[in-house]
Design a protein around this ligand. Structure first.
Ligand SMILES: Nc1ncnc2c1ncn2[C@@H]1O[C@H](COP(=O)(O)OP(=O)(O)OP(=O)(O)O)[C@@H](O)[C@H]1O
Ligand SMILES: [Mg+2]
Length: 324
């Protein structure tokens, strides 16, 4: 299910004259605009630059209804952004375009898509994982119960809608998962935990740093690996480190398994955090934490890690004492 070859992709954006008149016209337009330099502050757009780009976008939209390349204009501008400083690889320019490259994974609650964000004519691009939560039609989220205790929804209309499972309520629920995951990732990323950088959130969509290779091959889940003893021990100690980072923020993952940990170039990275649990505020917090540790420790023990290295009881106790 790998997306098509990336070199083909980049060829599409080369500066050679090509047979797509719409794009060439747009490119000329851009060149003309570049001929009149504007004072720009380093790393930020001046107001006039921003206005010019907006105008340029609107002109192009008027002509074609869509960007000159890609599927849509970069959705960066209208979204909630991830924590500062934005990583240098992130394309934040307003004239960038987003292109869907394929589906990374479809799940019960969300689909994860691979998206390329590219600044046409520059070769500047980044890959993003777009996680889109779905509003379930005839079913509840399995994660809705229990996890939401200790979290409050202030407006009672919203609370009633969610309890009543109206279409509005279901959408709101899906959006709440997106909000919760985006916020947990922001907190953890800011504290240096190994999680994908949360790029942006808009509605039910969270866009994340893509973990994988430039050709679009995603990093494997821990569950897919059969690590040698040395690597297994190393991954376990990375895991203990991540869990302590969470515990220091008073958090537990809440759905920890070898499917929600990716291994990218020997680095263990935690994903899938919408149901993150506040260990202190949630009355079931300590149980969730204990279950997380039990689940993941049994995967490691099943792969042959020495039991004295991976003692779930001991780890749970030290995480709890860290959290409280
Ligand atoms: N940032 C990322 N980079 C690369 N791949 C990712 C990223 N985020 C998610 N994936 C891929 O998408 C899969 C599903 O992501 P995630 O676990 O967050 O969603 P989910 O809806 O909970 O899926 P599931 O129900 O299968 O756990 C992951 O197992 C991983 O293979
Ligand atoms: Mg998952």
């Amino acid at each position: 299910m790998h997306p098509h070859n990336f070199d083909d992709y980049l060829d599409d954006f080369s500066d050679d004259a090509d047979e797509r008149p719409m794009r060439s016209a747009a490119r000329k337009g851009r060149r003309r605009a570049e001929d009149t330099p504007e004072p720009t502050r380093r790393g930020r757009l001046t107001e006039s630059e921003r206005a010019r780009l907006t105008e340029q976008r609107e002109d192009q939209l008027d002509q074609a209804g869509a960007p000159p390349s890609g599927d849509r204009w970069s959705s960066w501008d209208g979204a909630e952004h991830g924590p500062l400083p934005h990583p240098s690889w992130l394309v934040t320019e307003l004239s960038a375009v987003d292109t869907e490259l394929g589906v990374l994974k479809t799940g019960k609650e969300a689909d994860v898509h691979l998206v390329e964000r590219l600044l046409p004519g520059t070769g500047r691009r980044c890959l993003l994982a777009a996680k889109r939560y779905r509003a379930p039609d005839h079913r509840l989220f399995h994660r809705d119960a229990g996890y939401l205790e200790g979290r409050r929804v202030r407006r009672s209309r919203e609370m009633r809608a969610m309890n009543g499972r109206t279409a509005f309520g279901r959408n709101l629920l899906a959006e709440q998962w997106a909000v919760a995951e985006f916020s947990a990732l922001g907190t953890l990323w800011s504290h240096g935990a190994p999680v994908p950088y949360p790029v942006q959130r808009a509605g039910t969509e969270v866009m994340l740093e893509f973990l994988g290779e430039p050709d679009g091959t995603a990093a494997p889940r821990l569950a897919q690996l059969r690590p040698e003893p040395d690597q297994l021990t190393d991954l376990w100690s990375q895991l203990v480190g991540v869990l302590h980072q969470l515990a220091r923020q008073g958090l537990a993952h809440g759905d920890l398994s070898a499917y929600n940990l990716l291994v990218h170039r020997d680095r263990l990275i935690m994903i899938d955090l919408p149901q993150v649990v506040d260990v202190v505020a949630n009355p079931n917090g300590p149980e969730f934490l204990e279950r997380d540790v039990r689940n993941i420790a049994s995967w490691f023990l099943g792969r042959g890690i020495p039991p004295d290295l991976a003692d779930p009881g001991e780890l749970t106790a030290s995480l709890l004492s860290e959290a409280f």
